[in-house]
Design a protein around this ligand. Sequence first.
Ligand code: GLP
Length: 234
Amino acid sequence: MKIIIVKDQVEGGKEAFKLVKETLDSGNLKTFGLATGSTPISLYEELVASDLDFTSVNSVNLDEYIGLSADNDQSYHYFMKEHLFDQKPFKHNNLPNGLAQNLAEECARYDEVIANNPIDIQILGIGENAHIGFNEPGASFEGTTGIVDLTESTIKANSRNFEKIEDVPTRAISMGIKSIMSSRQIILLAYGEKKAQAIYNTVKGPISEEVPASILQNHEDAILIIDEAAASLI
Ligand code: GLP
């Protein structure tokens, strides 16, 4: 793992932007794996402000809440439109459909999307319990797209974006860890003291399914862009 320590989230966005630009400029960004949450926002702001052209790039998002439609302002689909897609058109945007009638079929469809669009760069945030996408502690490292029951701590952490905690969906569809690991390059972003323990366990701890992000230690091109607070325990 390569670790880049930055001053703050704004600087982190600029560092990540440079990596994305380099790959795009060299013609090697065909599929861009994207993440939601507050963490990647500064990167998306850099992308929106730039003259980079993504019209020949497909995007693949990590996850979506079950039960929220794309036009629900709490859905990850809505988040992506608001922060990136409405300003930066892509060739095609892929996200799991949280309203699919048959969720097993939706997972199989999404695995097919990933198989047909090998991810060149995957952006990741990290949960306070080191989850990536919505792969919570205990998720198999061999997992592909699946239905996930969110942990209490994730529901609580994510409730800050909802009016009340009861509104937070309890399940999600998430790309699996095996699919994330098959990305050519992974850029994990983390800012703030709340992420310090997760970053410590990811970087210094044993590789364990109890710490989903620890598997990145085995990835050939994983880059962590973290601020001083998130790096404070390593
Ligand atoms: C959610 C998302 C993750 C994200 C995490 C952290 O659970 N599924 O992809 O990394 O939240 O969010 P934030 O960046 O807001 O701290």
